[in-house]
Structure formats: C-alpha cells, structure tokens
Design a protein around this ligand. Structure first.
Ligand SMILES: Cc1cc2nc3c(=O)[nH]c(=O)nc-3n(C[C@H](O)[C@H](O)[C@H](O)COP(=O)(O)O)c2cc1C
Length: 324
C-alpha cells in the first residue's frame, strides 16, 4: 500500500469536522496514528439538557466518521471502519483504518464533493415534490450504511409524527433549562467557531405549518415568511438500539444528507421529539417493529443557505506516536 501523505489525513480531518452536530457543538475529537484515525466522543460538548445520554452526539460522531472515510476513499485508499462497542473505552466511537489502495467509485466521488456544500437549511422550502427516483436514491444511501430511511407520507404516520414534533417543541419552549441551553448555542456571530450563527437561522413562520422548526433557530430580524405546508419527512432507523447503533445511524444519516446535497436537495432536522422523554417514547412505540428511530429529516428543494464555521482541526486532533 502506498503511504498516506500527511496532507491526505489533513484533508480527511477537514472533511470530518464539516459533519453536522446538534447546535453545532462538534462533540468530537480525533487521534491520528500511522495508518488509522480514531473518532472519540467529547463528553464536554454533549448537550446536558437536550441530549443527556449523548445519543445525538454519537450521531454527529458517526457523521464525522463517514466524512473521514469517504475522503480517504476518494484519495485512493480502501478503508476498514470499526465501530467500537468497547465497555472499557465507551467514548471511542470509531476507528477508520487504511487497508490498501483502491480506486474510488464515481458515486463515492460525488458524495465527497458534497461534504463542503452540505448544510442545514432552515428556510422555507419550495412546494416541489421530490421525484421517486431521488427518493429511492436516498433510501439506498441509508441502506448502504446499515440504516433505513422511512418516508412518512406513505406510512400513514405523518400526522402523528408531526404532532409529536409540535408537542415536543411546545414542551421545550416552556422549559427554562431547554431555553437556556439553546440560547447559549444559537444566535452566534457568523465567525463563531461553534454554535449556530444567526445567518443560519430561518425567518419566523407566517401562520402555522404542519411541522414546526425550532423556535430557537429563528432569526427574528427577518420578515416572517410562509413555510411549505407538508414537507417530505424521512425518519432514519436502525434495526438495533444502543450506542453502537447510534454511531451506525450517524454514518447512514450522513450518507443520506450527502446524497441529498448531491441531488440538489435542501435538508434540515426536526429533533425535538427525540429530546423529550414523553415524545421519544411515543415515537418508539409508533415505530415498534420497524426499528429504532434516530433522527427525523425535512427534505425538499430550496434556495441554498449559509455554511457555518467549525473549530480548526488542530484543536480537535492529537497524534499518537507508535511505541517501539
Ligand atoms: C443529531 C442532530 C440533530 C440536530 N437537530 C436539529 C434540529 O432539531 N433543528 C435544527 O435546526 N438543526 C438541527 N441539527 C443541525 C445542526 O444545528 C447543524 O448541523 C449545525 O448547526 C451545523 O450546521 P450545518 O449542518 O449547516 O453544517 C441537528 C444536527 C444533528 C447532527
């Protein structure tokens, strides 16, 4: 195998930190070795109110692991990804190891190109349907990583899920601790290296749609706008549950988001029902038998929004020198 140049690892880590994370907390750190990169959960950056068990943070780490892998692949390396359910090291979530040389496929190159364009779009979407062939491509993206993307319109579960989103949003807006945590991480300056910048927020909604985006992600300085009435909602599930499944789900989520970006789609998240125990249990019950729900995506066509900043790679990276 040809040796990875230091610049290949630099590129892969620059890709990794472009992953999405709740409130742009970037709850990860990386350890680079000779031919491997480890992804660790950074407990200090887990949202203690919205995500006390680190579930969403593990999704984010899975997304970072996927970006690492796809970048190494497009640099001509085969990779082995080990998701680590190691009770002795519960915060080590994944190890991506180089495994010889292999030419990347056109599909992999398309996904890698989307890494630096993908962003969360909280603006209103156009009332334009996502064609069946594109919907199928996103479903295959999830399957490819061991996940499952269920579109809610076909399942008859749209109305109950939309109602859980509204219910959780209302519970969270009335909860002081939730509001304080969201306020800390949002409405940041555009160059803030973490948190959600005001420029990435959407305009306040005019009237009420079927689903509600987070009130904490609205920019009150913009004029109110009408949002689409019934966006396409995709729920990402895995067969299993627990920390390992959450990292796997994060990888599948990222492949779906990149495939969507490559297809010219806008995406955003509706995580409220996962963050309040009562709505989370209802969601689990609603999908009992189908799998473990992890995240809910709003998918459609829109006008591009702004990219948010990240902490520089050197702040999240350590090098391990092999012992002789
Ligand atoms: C697990 C997870 C849950 C998220 N939940 C929400 C959400 O409920 N509402 C929202 O507007 N954004 C949500 N986001 C998006 C993040 O706020 C976003 O990824 C982060 O601010 C970085 O911005 P970017 O995605 O544009 O790069 C979520 C992201 C992840 C990974």
């Amino acid at each position: 195998m040809s040796r990875p140049l230091p610049s290949v690892f630099d590129q892969a880590l620059a890709s990794a930190v472009r992953a999405p994370s709740p409130h742009n907390t970037q709850p990860w750190r990386f350890v680079a070795e000779h031919e491997a990169i480890e992804v660790w959960l950074d407990r200090e950056r887990v949202l203690s109110v919205a995500d006390p068990h680190g579930r969403e943070a593990r999704l984010a780490c899975g997304a970072a692991a996927f970006n690492l892998q796809i970048c190494l692949r497009t640099n001509g390396f085969a990779t082995v990804v080990r998701l680590v359910p190691d009770p002795a090291e519960p915060d080590l979530v994944a190890v991506i190891r180089l495994d010889g040389n292999q030419k990347a496929t056109a599909a992999e190159r398309k996904l890698a190109e989307a890494v630096f364009r993908r962003h969360t779009n909280r603006r209103p979407l156009l009332d334009r349907q996502v064609p069946p062939v594109v919907r199928a491509a996103l479903k295959s993206a999830a399957l490819h990583e061991g996940g499952q993307l269920e579109y809610l319109d076909a399942s008859g579960r749209y109305t109950p899920v939309a109602s859980l989103v509204r219910q959780a949003e209302s519970l969270q807006s009335a909860d002081h601790a939730f509001r304080a945590e969201a306020a800390f991480w949002t409405h940041r300056d555009p160059d803030s290296p973490d948190g959600v910048a005001k420029i990435a927020s959407g305009p306040p909604p005019q009237g009420s749609g079927v689903v509600s985006l987070r009130a904490s992600h609205e920019n009150e300085e913009l004029p109110a706008r009408e949002y689409e009435q019934e966006p396409l909602l995709g729920l990402l599930l895995t067969r299993d549950k627990g920390p390992h499944a959450e990292v796997r789900a994060g990888m599948a989520m990222q492949r779906v988001l990149l495939a969507a970006t490559a297809e010219g789609l806008a995406t955003s998240f509706l995580s409220q029902p996962f963050e309040t125990p009562r709505t989370r249990e209802s969601l689990d019950r609603l999908f009992a038998g189908a799998g473990q729900p992890h995240t809910l995506l709003r998918i459609g066509y829109g006008y591009p929004a702004r990219l948010t900043a990240r902490r520089p790679v050197h702040e999240v990276l350590t090098h391990r020198v092999p012992s002789r």
